[in-house]
Design a binder for this molecule. Sequence first.
Ligand SMILES: Nc1nc2c(ncn2[C@@H]2O[C@H](COP(=O)(O)OP(=O)(O)O)[C@@H](O)[C@H]2O)c(=O)[nH]1
Ligand SMILES: [Mg+2]
Length: 196
Amino acid sequence: MCMGMFIMHDLYIFKVAVIGDSLVGKTSIIQTFTSGGTQFSRSYSMTSDVILNSKDVFMPESKDSVQLLLYDSSGNSLYSDYLPKYWIGINAIFAVFDVTCERSFDSVKKWVMLARKVEESPLAESSGNITPLGLLYANKVDLEGRRKVSPERAKTLASQLGLAYFEGSAKSNIMIEEAFTYLANEFYKNSVEDKM
Ligand SMILES: Nc1nc2c(ncn2[C@@H]2O[C@H](COP(=O)(O)OP(=O)(O)O)[C@@H](O)[C@H]2O)c(=O)[nH]1
Ligand SMILES: [Mg+2]
């Protein structure tokens, strides 16, 4: 046996809460992302409020992998006590709104605060959570003629909330891969730095 030829690669587990109003396209975004490419993906139904999806993202330089666990929530559960339980220990927020729906944009702050409240709870601290990464994703830009929320306003909100900003479309597969890859890379960089 030639043990010297064997190189261990690490797997990093990364929990992402996908949040936003009902109908903004959360499930579509996750489906577009997980069904694309060659990496393995899975979906588990947790409750009627939460579906867990997973997909591995390969880090080409180190050959490590980041396993993204994407928590998809049904928008009606904003007032549910149940949903935040699944967010304990999240590493990132993926906040979504629909550019054709002003109200979904107005809700972003509420969702982000709710997710961060969980993150700041004693339970979250005991799980060793650090300030999560996050991004704001403006969905449905394929419906440009019906757009109600300008990129400028959305970018301003993102920076107020400390979130990176992406805009695109689950339907037309625009900036979906890029958004998740951004989060996976940032998380991976932080994790590797923490280990050193
Ligand atoms: N035109 C357009 N429709 C979209 C897009 N993403 C989602 N939808 C549609 O919006 C509706 C709600 O999507 P869904 O993923 O169920 O939203 P969720 O409630 O946030 O999970 C569905 O009819 C989707 O087909 C998009 O990028 N463009
Ligand atoms: Mg959904």
